[in-house]
Structures are given as C-alpha cells and as structure tokens.
Design a protein around this ligand. Structure first.
Ligand SMILES: Cc1cc2nc3c(=O)[nH]c(=O)nc-3n(C[C@H](O)[C@H](O)[C@H](O)COP(=O)(O)OP(=O)(O)OC[C@H]3O[C@@H](n4cnc5c(N)ncnc54)[C@H](O)[C@@H]3O)c2cc1C
Length: 616
C-alpha cells in the first residue's frame, strides 16, 4: 500500500542518520527518517564522549558543512578538553564528555523541529527498484510503501545484530533493543556482499559504589574549548544552569585483573570461538589487550560520568565479552572499584556491513542509482566517522533527488575526504576509525581552519547562509591582511646566535607567539581571538605546509584528472589482468583514486594516463 511520497528516505536515527536527514531537509527536499525507536534518536551506544584525536577535527568539518554534532556537544557537554596541546597546534583536537540523556534529547528535538524532515518509528524491510535499477520506494514491516527518489541506509550495528555475553547470545541491535533483519535480504537479492563485523562496550558502573578518593582526577580545560564555529564560548546548557565541568577519573588494571581474564579467556565470546566477526584493532576489548600485550603489567582506565543526573559511569578501556559473573570479579579487581556494582553488563555485538568498496566517493552504491550508505554499515566505528559519512550521503541523496550533480570531498581538503577515499578505494578489513596519520596533509587539515576550508562548498550546497558565508569571507580577508602585514613588518632580534631584522612572520615560524610579539616587541596584534590564533598558526606552519604541498603536487595533479564513468579498461594496453579486475571493481572517479588502489602500480597509472590523453 502506497501512502506517501518523499524525495529522500533515511533509514536510521543514529549519528549517521541524523546528519544525513538534517542535511537533506536543510537543502530543501522532503525527507523522511525511519528509526526502530524514536526515543533513541542520537543514542550514544558506547562511550559518552564526542571528539578526540582526528575525530574532533572531523566534528569541526561536519560543523563547517552545516551539520549538528558540534552544536549538540557544545550544548550538552559536561567536560571539554583540547588534546595534544603540548604537541603543537597542527595536531590539536577537541574532545568532550557528553550528558548522554541530554545529547539524545537535543538531537531528537532538533530533528523534530527541522522543516522538511518527517520522522517515523518503523522498520524498513525492503527497497524497491524500477527496471533501470534505480531506487523508487521503501517498504516497511507492516507492508506500507513510501515512494522516494533516494535512500540513505545507516543501520549501524542493528542489521542482524547478535549480542554476546560470555556463552550467552541473543539477537539485538544494541543493548536489548530489537535488531532489524529483513533488509539484509534486499542486499543478498541485489548481489551485494555482506561482511560480519563486531564491536564491544564495557559495563556501566554505579558511581555510588566507586571510591573516588583512591583515584587520579582528570579535569576539563579552563576555559573549556568549544566545537562549533557558530556557538558562543561556554555554550553548555549545564554551565548556564550554574554547574561546573564534571571530572573524569583515572585508574589502572592490576595483576589480579589480568589473571582473572587469562583464566577465563575461554569463556569470552571471542576467544571461546562464538564470535566470527572482525573487531576493531584500535579499540580492543580488555581480553584482546591482555592477549596481545602480555608483558604490560597494567592498562589505563578512564572513568567517565554519563551525565549530571545519573550515577552511571563508563569505564573507558574495559570493554569485554566475559560472562557477567566474571565481569563483576574483573571490575572489582581494579583500585577504586573494589565494591563496584554493575548497572548494565558489558557485551560484544556482531552485525552485517556492506563493504564500502561498493560505493563511489559520493557514498552512492555503484550497483543502484539513488542508494547511499553511511556510518557503521560501511564498516566504520565511531560516532564522528558515522556523522561525517551521514552528512555527505545526505547531501548527495538530496542532490540526486533534485537531479543535480553529486559532490565529494577531496583528501587534501578534509579528513572526511581522507576517510571516504580510504573506505571506497581500499575497503575495510576491520572496523575503520580515523587517525591523523591517515592523512598526507596533516599540517593543513587542522581543527582551527575547518570552517575556512569548507565554507565555500557548504555555501554552494545551501548549507551555509549568505550571512554566515559573508562573515567567514570577512574573517578570511582580515586574516590575509594581518598575514601580509606580518610578512613586511620587521624587528631587530636575536634568533639563535644571530641578531638581525626579521619579519614578524619569520618569528612566528621560529616559535614566537602573538603574546611574545605584542608584549616583548610592541607589535600590533588582532583584537579578535579567532583571527589572532589563525594568523599565528598559518604563519607558523606556512613553510612546512608549502613543503607538504610540493610533495603532494604530483598526487594533486592525478587527483584533478577525472576518469570517465564509461572507461573500458579492457582497451588499455599494458594493464595486468589483476589491475584490470581491481579497476573494474573499484571504478575510481579520478586517476588519484586509482593510484591508491592496492596493487595498482605506477606503470598502470602511466598506461591509464596515456589512454586518457588519447581520448582527449
Ligand atoms: C556495543 C557497541 C560498541 C561500540 N563500540 C564502539 C567503539 O569501540 N568505538 C567507537 O567509536 N564506537 C563504538 N560504538 C559506537 C557506535 O556503534 C557507532 O560508532 C555509531 O553509533 C554509529 O552510528 P550509526 O548512525 O552508523 O549507527 P547507530 O547509531 O547504530 O544507529 C542505527 C540506527 O538505525 C536504525 N535502524 C536500523 N535498522 C533499521 C531499519 N531496518 N529500519 C529503520 N531503522 C533502522 C536504528 O533504530 C538506529 O536508529 C559502539 C556501539 C555499540 C552498540
């Protein structure tokens, strides 16, 4: 039964689904979000935190593209930190503890208030195609059909999810929430490969039973950093209501913890052979850490409060699939947790994902026009990674619905571009998460300049208003004005052994700060704190970024060389059959993307370039 028509349907109300649905609706198309449970829109399935190394930069990029995650955490955060402050501005990244319940409430309310966005609690069981294999509708569990021009699938850990706690297993999409099943039949029918991935989460502890007097305090920064370019400093709802930042706490595993785990390894779902899925190497369970690092006598545990109005505490670093009674023993072997009570047990979960090599960098599937994938369903892990893919998929689904050309972000302009290029070019052998080391443009892709890097594209997509864009342009002009002033203005100072007239720009590169040049050398500095910081960072890193850019020059030229969609790799002489197969499978959009496919040699790239030149 057909009941209604939409332009875009988003399946999922997790971090990917929210950004996809908001972006699509904000671009002016009629959008419908499906979720298995309306009350869990924006649920943080695992740790109560947003940001961190590389991830915090991505949150700022989502913000620059008009997304919601940064504003949400600024509003509901209970502790804020800038990480890596000792390592220099280029690798800094914000991180914040969230009030989990408030985060959900905020996201649900933003979705509910968004014009053009409709929400339905229902399970999508099928996607309907026309004879040209284009998306035309989705079907729900009760047999209702909604017509649509594009679909974004963001099923997270829910598709055929199985929870493991020791030798107990049961079907669920996330702690005791129902899973979805039937949608997997659509993927099988259409010939998509499905992989099984796994992830895990620690128990939630009853904070009233923790002895904090024995623990190291881990406070937030004062003043607290913020995520969104557009929010006021100290924007948190909690600060407004008079609360201070909430502390986290540090403790460590002990020899006893390790012994309990070793003795019961066979009872964990993973080592007992119950779990077949592939887990995240970079976010391992405590049993994984004990097995892989047998010489380490202790592992750090961060105790993170889940909010102001709850006693639940998240022990970061202690995810496990041990049986519940062994979990009690294991947690109680840790200083400060001797008498701890568990509110929710730890568990591991296995779920279906479709390999992201099935996608173009626009996140549209290669097999079906109008079908987009984002989030954990693409084999990634993390809220930020999910949200970043969600916004790209949502934008492109809206563009597809409007009959416009799709967009994608390049590696050299954003971490989102790095991640999507990695996913679609190399695929995933294990749950993927972002690191700064994944980028070859680390000095340029910083948290401070995300808005400057992405405002233009966001404005052209209609996700940044004219007024916002004008403000960013004014700031940019102001930055340039100060930079040229500092490149001319000189002061006679000692740098190392030598005293001479140096430009202020050179002094920044040599380590001087705005404070130094203002207080010690009497040089005028910008009033606005953002402009002040940005000018200093840009001048400090300019020579290094230039070097980085030169090294990447060749790569960038390849990136700018498009490969036509209808290219016939069989007609390119000099390609090995292995290279031909890979190129046909990945269908790279540019020569740059082709060059990053595993097994594609420089000789193969030359052959492609010669062929493209002949076609001109
Ligand atoms: C046990 C566990 C451990 C985790 N561990 C980590 C970790 O170690 N590190 C880390 O960074 N992150 C971890 N995560 C976080 C988390 O899974 C993701 O990174 C993030 O939530 C992914 O966002 P998403 O939007 O892709 O999916 P989710 O947040 O899972 O949202 C999926 C959404 O899809 C909906 N849905 C599913 N199927 C259907 C359907 N057929 N019809 C309608 N709606 C549907 C659901 O209702 C839900 O709203 C963990 C999560 C879990 C559950």
């Amino acid at each position: 039964m057909l009941v209604d028509e939409f332009d875009v349907v988003v399946i999922g109300g997790g971090h990917a689904g929210i950004e996809a649905a908001l972006a699509s609706a904000r671009m002016g198309v009629k959008t419908l979000m499906f979720t298995l449970n309306v009350d869990s829109i924006g649920q943080m399935s695992c740790n109560p935190a947003i940001g961190g190394i590389a991830k915090g930069i991505v949150v700022r990029e989502i913000d620059a593209l008009g997304g919601e995650m940064a504003k949400a955490i600024d509003t509901v955060g209970i502790q804020f930190k800038m990480l890596n402050t000792r390592k220099g501005k280029a690798v800094q990244s914000p991180r914040a503890q969230a009030d989990k319940a408030k985060y959900r409430e905020y996201m649900k309310s933003v979705c509910e208030r968004q014009e053009n966005l409709y929400i339905k609690q229902d399970e999508v069981v099928d996607i309907v195609l026309n004879s040209k294999r284009e998306v035309v509708a989705v079907k729900t569990k009760l047999g209702i059909e909604y017509r649509t021009k594009a679909v974004v699938v963001t099923t997270g850990t829910f598709l055929n999810g199985i929870i493991h706690i020791g030798d107990r297993t049961f079907p669920a999409g996330r702690a005791w929430e129902p899973r979805s099943e039937e949608l997997a039949n659509f993927y099988r029918r259409e010939g998509f490969p499905l992989l099984r991935f796994k992830t895990g989460t620690p128990a939630r502890l009853d904070g009233r039973t923790i002895d904090f007097s024995l623990l190291e305090r881990a406070p937030g920064d004062d003043p607290p950093p913020k995520f969104s370019f557009w929010t006021e400093p100290k924007a948190s709802y909690w600060f407004e209501s008079g609360k201070k930042q909430k502390d986290c706490w540090i403790t460590y595993t002990t020899e006893k913890t390790h012994r309990i785990i070793r003795e019961n390894l066979h009872r964990t779902a993973l080592y007992g052979g119950k779990i077949k899925g592939i887990g995240p190497r970079y976010c391992p369970s405590i049993e994984d850490k004990i097995v892989k690092f047998p010489d380490k006598s202790r592992h750090t545990v961060f105790l993170e409060p889940e909010g102001w109005n709850t006693v639940e505490v998240y022990p970061n670093g202690l995810s496990t699939s041990l049986p519940e009674e062994i979990q009690w023993e294991m947690y109680r072997s840790i200083p400060g947790l001797e008498k701890v009570e568990l509110i929710r047990p730890a568990y591991a979960i296995e779920y279906d994902v479709v390999p992201p090599t099935e996608l173009f960098p626009t996140l549209e599937t290669k097999r079906i026009k109008g079908l987009f994938h984002a989030g954990n369903f693409n084999g990634t892990t993390g809220y930020e990674e999910a949200a970043a893919q969600g916004i790209v998929a949502g934008i492109n689904a809206a563009l597809r619905a409007m009959g416009k050309e799709l967009f994608y972000l390049r590696r050299d302009e954003s971490y989102i571009g790095v991640m999507i290029d990695d996913l679609t070019t190399k695929g995933v052998a294990e749950p993927y998460r972002l690191f700064t080391s994944r980028s070859e443009n680390r000095l340029y892709l910083r948290q401070d300049n995300a808005i400057l890097r992405l405002a233009k594209v966001a404005h052209s997509l209609g996700l940044l208003s004219d007024e916002q864009f004008r403000l960013v342009k004014e700031i940019e002009e102001e930055i340039e004005k100060w930079k040229s002033f500092y490149k001319k203005e000189k002061r006679y100072v000692y740098l190392g052994e030598e005293a001479k007239n140096y430009t202020i720009a050179t002094l920044f590169t040599a380590g001087y700060s705005m404070k130094d040049v203002s207080e010690n050398l009497g040089v005028e500095i910008p009033h606005d704190s953002y402009i002040r910081e940005e000018v200093e960072i840009q001048l400090k890193y300019e020579p290094y970024i230039e070097r980085e850019r030169k090294l990447n020059e060749k790569f960038r030229k390849l990136e700018d060389t498009p490969i036509p969609e209808n290219i016939d790799y069989d007609r390119i002489p000099g390609l090995s059959s292995e290279a031909r197969e890979k190129l046909k499978k990945i269908k790279p959009l540019t020569v740059g993307q082709a060059s990053r496919i595993e097994g594609i040699t420089p000789a193969a790239i030359t052959a492609i370039l010669i062929h493209l030149r002949r076609l001109e």
